[in-house]
Design a protein around this ligand. Structure first.
Ligand SMILES: [Zn+2]
Length: 502
């Protein structure tokens, strides 16, 4: 009836063992593309074979509809509890929207399956379901079980929200066995986020404040950069863009269109008919680029999508993994997906295809859910071509650019901090890096190219030569150095000393 892949069968078996061993609330971690629904269907078939009644709970209407279609396709007749669509509630298998169930009361079932269960920790309604069913088995399904507090202990429950996690597969394992494709990352630029405040999101994670973000990233020059890099690295490929807010998404769409690319925007106000039409156009290839804020991050399946543009900076691992998950599904000749990161996320959170935290967060303070805070284990963009290299990879696998031995450079936290002036030659990588940072400051402050050249000369005693014009976010050290030079210059002028930079 169900043809499960080996790891799926093993995961379903591990769940059974956990429940038989006395666990009541078990999380099944199953990455996007691993066949979460197949495993859920196997669980439901198994429960039905034992005569048990089951409810499958979802937190969005379209996820209820999607589940219903999959259940019918798998031969599971079922009732629905969802607003006006409610019907056949006497059937032993039910699909329910959490909102309607919370309003109308919980049906009489033996097993509860919660879809997108990373929302449980942050959703009062979901937690209510867990608290009021503390004696019934609950199976949580999630591709991103990284919310704060999913494993938090509650006295009412006599234990944690979820007691155990069963890992069906990891993203890297799925790539290894060709159930997902790998992704290449390019990080051509990152916005200046120094003025953006942070706040807790619905999953208890720290993330950027949306309003501040909009101001920081919704700028014509940054959007122009997105479009030009897409032409350079991904022209013509089916592409999904994640923007910061609706206005930003519309501005990105408009710039793509102005450049002659068939681009469309979609958001939560797009009505069902228009939404279906837009998605049909991207699937048929009539539309090349689709831009949104978050509506396509969950439950949207478009395997042909090859390129992802991250224009929405985030500190949230859940959001990041959801967004990248959109392009990892295999399709025809697609051997690798492309991620164009204009948000600085891969540099701060690492590759989402690397190993992610595989433990439920117990909600204790100071235990950050950040997977890789150690700078040395984070990937870095090649200063020459912007290809994001894994940590410790010396020569760029894309363009062959090889940073020289950094013996003349003092390195702290993986960042260039200061050049030791001495007899040793300063490597081209160091020069490129400083030049890139100066270009960034020049652009941001509206200075001339001459300013950058002079500052470069002050730094190295030579004029910039043979370097690429790729701006890079400056380190605090470089900014401090510029400031110190400005102060020195101002003092020089006060004292009536001629102190031109050259
Ligand atoms: Zn390179």
């Amino acid at each position: 009836m169900l043809d499960l892949r080996p790891y799926q069968a093993a995961a379903v078996q591990a769940l059974r063992v956990a429940l038989a061993g006395g666990a009541l609330r078990v999380m099944l971690y199953s990455p996007t593309g691993s066949g979460k629904t197949e495993m859920a269907l196997a669980i439901i078939h198994g429960a039905r074979a034992k005569g048990k009644r089951v409810i499958f709970l979802a937190n969005r209407i379209h996820l209820v509809e999607q589940a219903s279609r999959r259940f019918y396709a798998s031969g599971i007749d079922h009732g629905i509890i969802q607003g006006e669509n409610t019907r056949d509630t006497h059937l032993p298998v039910l699909i329910g929207s959490i909102d309607t169930v919370a309003r109308r009361g919980f049906p009489d079932v033996d097993v509860i399956v919660i879809d997108e269960a990373h929302a449980v920790a942050g959703s009062k309604r979901f937690r209510g379901v867990v608290f009021s069913n503390s004696a019934r088995p609950i199976i949580g399904l999630s591709a991103t079980p990284f919310s704060k507090g999913l494993g938090k202990r509650y006295p009412e429950l006599d234990g944690p929200l979820f007691e155990q996690m069963v890992v069906a597969a990891t993203i890297s394992k799925l790539i290894e066995v060709d159930f997902l494709v790998d992704a290449e990352f390019y990080a051509p630029a990152e916005p200046d986020l120094s003025s953006v405040k942070t706040t807790r999101n619905a999953f208890g994670e720290i993330d950027y404040c949306e309003r501040d973000l909009g101001k920081a990233v919704d700028k014509p020059e940054l959007i122009g950069d997105i479009v030009s890099h897409w032409f350079k690295l991904a022209a013509g490929t089916p592409t999904v863009v994640f923007a910061t807010n609706i206005a930003h998404s519309k501005h990105i769409t408009a710039q793509f269109r102005a450049a002659g690319v068939a681009a469309e925007h979609i958001d939560c106000y797009t009505d069902d008919v228009e939404r279906a039409a837009i998605l049909a156009r991207i699937e048929s290839g009539e539309t090349t680029v689709i831009s949104n804020v978050g509506i396509l991050a969950e439950g949207w399946d478009f395997p042909a999508c090859r390129t992802l543009i991250l224009a929405r900076p985030t500190k949230s691992l859940i959001r990041y993994v959801q967004m990248v998950g959109r392009v990892l599904r295999p399709f025809d000749s697609k051997t690798v997906a492309l991620v164009l990161d204009h948000s600085g996320t891969v540099r701060s959170l690492g590759f989402p295809t690397d190993d992610l935290p595989l433990e439920l967060d117990d909600g204790a303070p100071n235990v950050s859910a950040k997977p890789r805070e150690r700078e040395e284990s984070l990937p870095k963009p090649c200063p020459s071509c912007a290809y994001v290299k894994p940590a410790k990879v010396h020569v760029c696998p894309k363009c062959g650019f090889a940073p020289e031995c950094q013996s003349d450079v003092v390195v702290g936290d993986g960042e260039l901090v200061r050049i030791k002036r001495g007899k040793r030659t300063i490597g081209p990588e160091t020069k490129q890096h400083v030049w890139s940072q100066l270009l960034f400051v020049k652009q941001k402050r509206g200075y001339s190219r001459g300013w950058a050249s002079h500052k470069y000369r002050e730094f190295f005693d030579v004029w910039p030569k043979g370097l690429r014009d790729v701006p890079a976010t400056p380190t605090q050290e470089l900014l401090n150095w510029i400031k110190s030079r400005d102060i020195a210059y101002a003092w020089g002028r006060k004292k009536g000393v001629r102190h031109a930079p050259d």
